[in-house]
Design a protein around this ligand. Structure first.
Ligand code: SAH
Length: 213
């Protein structure tokens, strides 16, 4: 678990690249400067970890591109101590970035191998989400609801109602919606029944899978 000055130098370059791509939330950039992305990847990709690219992880899944992580984190407008639900723990990189921003993170993953692997990795890096669970993110996490913010890191063919209903009033849900590619979508809960919707361009994610093992 080695994080060297060389890695830090590469992270600084990545942060500057993210700025040129329009990421301006300093708390997001600071968190991404702290988290050693190379430790979330298979060691054969270590040399490329600070390129702005997605890479394969276990179980046919991917670690999201740094720009995507930054973009979604920025849309969430994370504040310290907020309760955040993440759907799709995957490598745990996005989880780690949210923890570094001071959030209380609850994350759900439906691939058991990834759930186990990431549950072991995060404590080794001294990253402590509130709760990691193995299960179906379409259902959210009713036991711990409501949440200040919810982030979905897989492409959702539809917006799960469970997620909308587990959001606090004033809360934000950031979710990529679509089948082949996805439109990054932000829902802000205005009242019990009313949600404001904003759309932000196209992204490509692995699918949010339903009822499959
Ligand atoms: N945030 C992760 C992204 C991983 S890719 C990272 O940066 O590494 C998306 C993840 O969503 C995959 O790990 C996939 O297994 C998971 N996923 C897909 N469908 C899901 C569902 N219904 N519930 C929870 N997780 C799901």
């Amino acid at each position: 678990m080695n994080d060297s000055l060389k890695h830090l130098g590469k992270r600084r370059q990545l942060i500057e690249l993210l700025r040129t791509k329009g990421i301006s939330d300093e708390t997001v950039l600071e968190a991404m400067l702290k988290i050693p992305r190379h430790l979330f990847l298979n060691s054969s990709f270590e040399d490329f970890a600070y390129e702005d690219k997605a890479f394969p992880i276990a179980a046919g899944q991917t670690i999201s591109q740094p720009y995507t992580v930054a973009f979604q984190s920025q849309l969430l407008q994370v504040k310290p101590e907020e309760k955040i639900l993440e759907i799709g723990t995957g490598s745990g990189y996005q989880t780690a970035v949210l923890c570094a921003m001071g959030a209380k993170v609850y994350s759900v993953e439906r691939q058991v191998d990834l759930f186990k692997q990431t549950s072991l990795l995060l404590p080794k890096l001294n990253i402590r989400p509130k709760h990691l669970s193995f299960g179906d993110g379409y259902k959210g996490l009713p036991t711990f609801a409501p949440f200040d913010k919810i982030i979905v890191t897989a492409g959702a063919p539809v917006v799960p109602n469970a997620l909308l209903s587990q959001l606090k009033i004033g809360g934000r849900l950031v979710i990529p919606v679509g089948v082949n590619d996805q439109i990054m979508t932000l829902y802000i809960r205005q009242t019990e029944l009313r949600f404001e919707k904003h759309e932000f361009g196209n992204f490509r994610f692995v699918p949010l899978l339903e009822n499959k093992s």
